[in-house]
Design a protein. Structure first.
Length: 466
């Protein structure tokens, strides 16, 4: 895509980086086929290609408006488009630049500014732990819709941290909200690593990975968080005392893996950031080694357990890691017990977890000639996509881009409902008694009640709240 940068952007780091990304785009439209906001809203400007055109216009000197800002805000930054793009367009980096430039020129309403300030300052504040503790105490008194947003009291095992020392050591980022909301994810990760002969170290001065402030367009604050974490880790990283920096939240993991990109122009931190990015590993990347070490310790109960796993976008598309969690238990020799056929123990959920209430609100599926039908619950997938005809007048020239990729029937563009319940565990309601397993082992997996079925926090990059 040919781009002529406006004078104010020529020669700047953001302008040069954006131009390099834009030149890769051939505006083929494949990205619209996998963009959730485009499929839901049916507006070209709410898909990657439309947003790229908007950012291109801003970089060429056009004045952005509040509508421009809204279209960029609606992007979920799931980066599904990056996995789809045949040209390798780094849309995630481009939209960060675009949002930053638009934010500098378009003023937000006072209410939005207040909410965004509260999010970036409140969630990363030490007071958040106190507020969450009070919220958990008051949870039984809250309305049902608010109860779904406040985790139940943590299991006693959440406070158990292994004390043994091992020759092998890794660092782990605790995160900003995870220790207060779902502390068992971090402690269970440490216990599983301990069982495999790996000691988990934590740098007390490390905090938020920087994603929260960066995605709220406080780029300077995000870079400050990144530098603080690097400084906290550097004594252990520079001396080679740790072999990896382990992430059990993929949103944090993809951000830390991109420290090298974010701090490339900082002469004091560029080399340090590159080494930190190289050492960062999502927990699922350690599964092959963990499974081999833990296989002899698996209980009979674990061997008979079925697993549900919902791969997050930051894992699949941000870090481009697919299949590791799903195949780990199979490598451990686990299979579903009973029956003539021994099925794989991992049920890989579809991209959408639809609970009963959400499915009831979603539009009913309409069969379309020429389109292969998918029955709900067919195979081992939950929340199958249902295709519906979208009004042609809302799509414009996007018809050619989406038709035949996301599914086409009788020449009409189709779209899918995009509805996610407040509690992802609700999507498991169709399988009463189904257990979500902890890092391919039965170790330390304490189930918690979740609307009539078992839902255990899955440490391997996808903590499922109770």
């Amino acid at each position: 895509m040919q781009t002529t940068l406006a004078p104010q952007f020529k020669g700047t780091p953001d302008g040069d980086a954006a131009e390099a990304i834009l030149r890769k785009c051939v505006h083929c439209g494949f990205c619209t086929a996998t963009c959730p906001t485009y499929q839901l809203l049916g507006d070209e400007l709410d898909g990657p290609r439309g947003r790229i055109y908007l950012m291109k216009q801003v970089l060429e000197g056009a004045t952005p408006t509040r509508a421009t800002q809204l279209h960029l805000d609606r992007c979920l930054t799931c980066r599904n488009c990056e996995s789809t793009c045949p040209s390798g367009v780094q849309y995630g980096h481009l939209v960060d630049i675009g949002r930053k430039l638009v934010e500098q020129q378009v003023s937000r309403p006072a209410g939005e500014r207040a909410v965004r300030w509260l999010l970036k300052e409140g969630l990363t504040s030490p007071l958040f732990k106190t507020a969450m503790a009070l919220g958990k105490l008051a949870r039984p008194l809250l309305p049902a819709n608010l109860q779904d947003k406040v985790p139940a009291a943590s299991h006693p095992r959440a406070k158990l941290w292994p004390q043994r020392e091992h020759p092998r050591k890794v660092l782990m980022l605790m995160g900003c909200v995870q220790p207060s909301m779902l502390p068992n994810i971090n402690s269970a990760t440490a216990r599983v690593l301990d069982a495999a002969g790996i000691q988990t170290l934590v740098a007390d001065d490390a905090g938020c990975c920087g994603a929260l402030r960066t995605h709220l367009n406080d780029h300077d604050g995000g870079l400050k968080d990144m530098r603080r974490n690097i400084d906290a880790w550097w004594p252990l990283v520079s001396t080679g005392k740790v072999e990896a920096i382990v992430m059990n939240a993929s949103g944090c993991g993809v951000t830390v893996k991109e420290y090298a990109h974010a701090l490339a122009s900082d002469p004091d931190y560029a080399d340090k950031a590159r080494l930190v990015s190289e050492l960062t590993r999502d927990l699922s990347e350690l599964l092959p080694e963990l499974v081999a070490a833990l296989k002899p310790r698996l209980s009979r109960q674990a061997q008979a357990m079925r697993v549900a796993f919902h791969p997050p976008c930051t894992l699949q598309h941000g870090m481009q890691l697919r299949g590791g969690v799903e195949t780990g238990p199979a490598r451990a020799g686990l299979r579903r017990a009973g029956g003539r056929h021994r099925e794989p123990p991992v049920l890989r959920l579809g991209r959408h977890l639809l609970g009963a209430a959400a499915r009831a609100r979603a539009p009913a599926a309409r069969p379309q000639a020429g389109a292969p039908g998918r029955a709900a619950g067919r195979g081992h997938r939950l929340g199958q996509h249902r295709l519906h005809p979208a009004p042609a007048k809302r799509h414009g020239h996007a018809r050619e881009a989406l038709g035949g990729v996301a599914g086409r029937a009788s020449g009409r563009v189709t779209r899918r409902p995009w509805r996610v319940p407040p509690n992802p565990c609700q999507g498991l309601g169709a399988f009463p008694g189904l257990g979500v397993w902890l890092v391919a082992t039965g170790l330390n997996a304490a189930s918690v009640p979740a609307r009539g079925h078992r839902c255990i926090g899955l440490v391997a990059t996808a903590g499922v709240p109770p």
